[in-house]
Design a protein around this ligand. Structure first.
Ligand SMILES: Nc1ncnc2c1ncn2[C@@H]1O[C@H](COP(=O)(O)OP(=O)(O)O)[C@@H](O)[C@H]1O
Ligand SMILES: [Mg+2]
Length: 234
């Protein structure tokens, strides 16, 4: 198992945002977490990334207990989050934003990896010396993903990457998720776009009020009438 989170709880004062949630991701797997607004999806990802401290529970990654590790230490091990809302630095250039993704690396292959990102995203290559503020929402999402890839992740966690994108860009985003997964990366995908997320994933979890309400293989979740009623608008 690549990621194994057991019985996580996240509390913000009196708000109990994540309740006894256990999730696993195998190497190379795409797993999705879906659920309504406020269900605790971002809190769960932030706990896995080390950005919020769980009040209890444990997290193993790649065979080691990382529950007590800082966020940068988790990135260094290959557990990387593309946060909700992208959080790129709009006053920095596209290129400098990409470099930030590689800041923890000390190998000699960063320039080569950046070239690969530019080959994949020609819009970013053309704007590499411009401020990131000139990018469209879709391009900013690609930049956030490119930045995350530069950390050389083994597991990429993505928090609602399709939010605010046009339908065309959403389908390009899901193509990209498939591509980077075929390169061997495991992906933990939080989405409101339940339908597409379940299509991209092999397994899924449905969060409701902070707890896992349903889980299973993606196809049976997509066919589950309870999920359909709640999230797929049928
Ligand atoms: N920093 C915070 N401080 C207090 N409450 C928070 C904070 N972040 C999230 N919450 C609350 O925790 C619950 C889960 O939120 P969140 O994890 O953002 O859900 P989701 O990503 O599924 O929309 C919500 O009730 C939200 O209001
Ligand atoms: Mg969220």
């Amino acid at each position: 198992m690549l990621l194994e989170a057991e019985r996580l709880h996240v509390r913000y004062g009196r708000i109990h945002a994540v309740r006894d949630v256990s999730v696993t991701v195998e190497p190379g797997e795409v797993v999705t977490i879906v659920g309504a607004n406020g269900a605790g999806k971002s809190s769960l990802l932030r706990a896995l990334a080390g950005l919020v401290k769980p009040s209890s529970g444990s997290i193993r990654f790649d065979g080691a207990d990382i529950t007590g590790l800082s966020a940068p230490a988790r990135v260094q091990r290959g557990l990387v989050l593309v946060p909700e809302g992208r959080q790129i630095f709009v006053s920095l250039t596209v290129h400098d934003n990409l470099l930030l993704g590689a800041h923890a690396r000390n190998d000699g292959e960063v320039a080569r990896d950046i070239d690969k990102i530019y080959q994949r995203f020609s819009n970013l290559a053309e704007r590499r010396h411009m401020r990131a503020s000139v990018l469209s929402g879709g391009e900013q999402q690609m930049l956030a993903i490119g930045r995350a890839l530069l950390a050389r992740p083994r597991l990429m966690m993505m928090d609602e990457p399709s939010l605010g994108l046009s339908p065309l860009l959403v389908s390009r985003l899901f193509d990209l998720i498939g591509e980077i997964n075929r390169d061997g990366l495991a992906i933990l995908l939080v989405e409101q776009n339940t339908h597409m997320a379940l299509e991209a994933a092999s397994r899924g979890y449905v969060l409701e009020l902070g707890a896992v309400a349903l889980q299973g293989d993606a196809r049976s979740l997509a066919d589950n009438p309870a999920l359909a009623a709640a999230y797929l608008g049928t």
